[in-house]
Design a protein around this ligand. Sequence first.
Ligand SMILES: Cc1cc2nc3c(=O)[nH]c(=O)nc-3n(C[C@H](O)[C@H](O)[C@H](O)COP(=O)(O)OP(=O)(O)OC[C@H]3O[C@@H](n4cnc5c(N)ncnc54)[C@H](O)[C@@H]3O)c2cc1C
Length: 441
Amino acid sequence: MFDAIVIGARCAGAATALLLARKGHKVLVVDRSTFPSDVISTHFLWPHGTSYLNRWGLLDRVLAQTPSHTVIHMVNEGIPLSGSVPVELVRQYFQQLHGDDSGVVQRYASVRRRVLDKILVDAAVEAGAEVREGFVVEELISEGDRVVGIRGKTRQGARVEERARVVVGADGRNSFVARTLKLPKYDERLKCTFAYWTYISGFNLQEARIHRRGRLAAAVVPTNFGQNMTLVWGPSEWSETFRRDVEGNFHRTLDFVSPELGEIVRTQGKREERIYGTVDQAAYLRPLYGAGWVLAGDAGSFKDQCTATGMTHAFRDAELVSTALDAGLSGRQPLEVALKNYESRRRSQSAAAYYDYVCTLAEMRPLRHDELQLFVVLRGNQEETNRFIATYADIAPMSEFFQASNLLLLSDAAKETSRDHAIFTNFETTSRQYHQNLFAA
Ligand SMILES: Cc1cc2nc3c(=O)[nH]c(=O)nc-3n(C[C@H](O)[C@H](O)[C@H](O)COP(=O)(O)OP(=O)(O)OC[C@H]3O[C@@H](n4cnc5c(N)ncnc54)[C@H](O)[C@@H]3O)c2cc1C
């Protein structure tokens, strides 16, 4: 009998198992995958993401194999912003959510999942969790309406049954736990992006670059093995036409969004792997806990990749759910009360605002005049640029940056005007043209 069985051993699951085992609980974590291995995901971490790894003592292992940096560049319609989330804001994030800000760092890193997830799994084993790779969970065992364990198949084909006081579904978007318990999805947002990415060697831009033009976007980020994770995305309505010529349209998107990046990739780059892609990123929320079970990571909620926050949110869940389970399993609180606390932190007003923000961005509408104006006024105001980046990444609350008084103050102090940026010449015509599908021609 285990204290907890965790299904899924990646960002949410391995981290939850690791944290619970370190608190002295008897934990089994199973995954149908074996490690090291990748998943359909890019892998950019903002400073709260790297801070979680640092809090758990794992960042050094990651950075020993992964480039990292302290500044990022975001260019919207040719309006460049560069900045870094101040450590103070990352501290506030950890204080508010977890009540302590130990281990905070100001690092950005893009770590391949085959590297990161293996580090997490190894750390879970070191912490004393029992990890079974290549193990497929096929059934949940229930007594009355309470989940009390799992049945599944080992890598060698043996059928086994294990029991625990709680089962954690950290089993991703297509969560087996959620499907088996027939948990509804709610607040679904079907509009999302298509995303295609690959790994390119031959140049080193040192820092992450995210570019946006019209309904398309691209990111180039240094990653492991001397390569650059190179990603393009756009509205799901255009995915069918994009897919008619993935390689051609991949380069076409880069050239359209950023001619400079397009040229670097074409003239200096060597593609090291195939182009990966997905068109399936509809967002949803699910109930997070019930009798004998709780969900963490993508199993409990998913949103589009366009702000690159899913892995960090899975880390956040791991800390929150392991703290709640520790309180429940050790008897300091009734388990139900502890899990309710977990749910209320996960479903806070600020989490709801961020969910809306990402889902709206994922529609990939051409940026509005006032949105672009905001980027213009941010230029020359490094403090507010940094706070905008923190807001975009879900480190600082939406409500603080986007409050009317702040936007008015920013506007008053602006050093540049729209006249300084080409996008505002013929803005209406350009904006209308952006609705034409680039890949339909
Ligand atoms: C295109 C794309 C790009 C993304 N880019 C980023 C990014 O740059 N930065 C970022 O932070 N996030 C990104 N994300 C989001 C990120 O990938 C997810 O949020 C993150 O992987 C969630 O982790 P998880 O542990 O919840 O689930 P997963 O990583 O999906 O892990 C779930 C695990 O459960 C296992 N499992 C499932 N069912 C069973 C079963 N029945 N038995 C045994 N094992 C089972 C699976 O094998 C899997 O290993 C991206 C997502 C997509 C789709």
